[in-house]
Design a protein around this ligand. Structure first.
Ligand code: 5GP
Length: 191
C-alpha cells in the first residue's frame, strides 16, 4: 500500500536492533485517516472471505482493528496481556510458542470466541511471528477458523511472515520492509 509506505519513509525512524519506530502515526499518536485507508484496503483484500469477528492484541492493535472493523461491520475482540476485572468466566490464555520455546501470555474470554466464528486477525507489526502464533492458537482452541491476517508493517527480513504463511494462513501486510539501515535511515520495501 503506497500510502503507508510513503508515510513510513516520511515519518518512520530506524533504530538500532532492527526496530522501526512509527509512533508519530501508528502506535502512539494515531493518524485515523490513514487507519481508515488501511481498513478499506483490508476490506478489499478480504472481500472474498466471510469475516464474523476481528481479533487483535492490546495495545497498539486496538486502534487499527477498530477503524478497520467499520469496513467489515463486525465486532473487535482484543486479547489482553494481563488479567483484569473485565475478564470473567473461562478464558483462553497462556499460549505456548513451540517455535520460541516460551509462554506467551494473552487472554481472551471464552464467551467472545465460538466455533462458528470466522476470524480476521489484525496487528500493527509482524516480526518473528510470536504474537500472531499466540492469537492463532487461541482461535484454534476456540474451534473457530482463521480467515486471514492483516498486518500494517511486516519486517520481511525477520521470519514471522514465512512462519505464518507456511501454516497455510493468508497474511496481507500493507507494507513489507525488505531492509532498513539505522545508520543511513534508508528503508527498502518489497515490491
Ligand atoms: P513478533 O511477535 O512478530 O516478533 O512481534 C510482534 C510485536 O512486536 C508487534 O505487535 C509489535 O508490538 C512489536 N514489534 C516488533 N518489531 C517492531 C518494530 O520494529 N517496531 C515496533 N514499533 N514494534 C515492533
Amino acid at each position: 500500500m503506497k500510502l503507508l509506505e510513503e508515510r513510513i519513509r516520511k515519518d518512520g525512524t530506524v533504530k538500532a536492533g532492527n526496530v522501526l519506530k512509527v509512533d508519530s502515526f501508528l502506535n502512539h499518536q494515531m493518524d485515523i485517516d490513514l487507519f481508515n485507508e488501511m481498513g478499506k484496503e483490508w476490506a478489499h483484500l478480504f472481500a472474498d472471505r466471510k469475516i464474523t469477528k476481528i481479533l487483535t492484541v492490546e495495545a497498539s492493535g486496538i486502534g487499527i482493528a477498530c477503524v478497520a472493523a467499520q469496513h467489515f461491520h463486525v465486532p473487535v475482540v482484543f486479547a489482553k496481556k494481563s488479567q483484569s476485572v473485565n475478564i470473567d468466566g473461562e478464558v483462553y490464555s497462556k499460549i505456548e510458542s513451540f517455535t520460541h520455546k516460551r509462554v506467551y501470555d494473552v487472554i481472551v474470554s471464552k464467551k467472545f470466541l465460538h466455533p462458528e466464528d470466522h476470524i480476521l486477525i489484525i496487528d500493527d507489526f509482524l516480526a518473528n511471528g510470536c504474537a500472531l502464533e499466540g492469537l492463532i492458537d487461541i482461535v484454534n482452541k476456540a474451534g473457530a477458523s482463521v480467515e486471514g491476517v492483516g498486518i500494517a508493517v511486516e519486517k520481511g527480513f525477520q521470519k514471522g511472515g514465512d512462519l505464518i504463511r507456511s501454516k497455510g494462513i493468508r497474511v496481507e501486510s500493507l507494507a513489507i520492509v525488505e531492509s532498513m539501515d539505522d545508520k543511513t535511515g534508508e528503508i527498502t520495501f518489497r515490491s
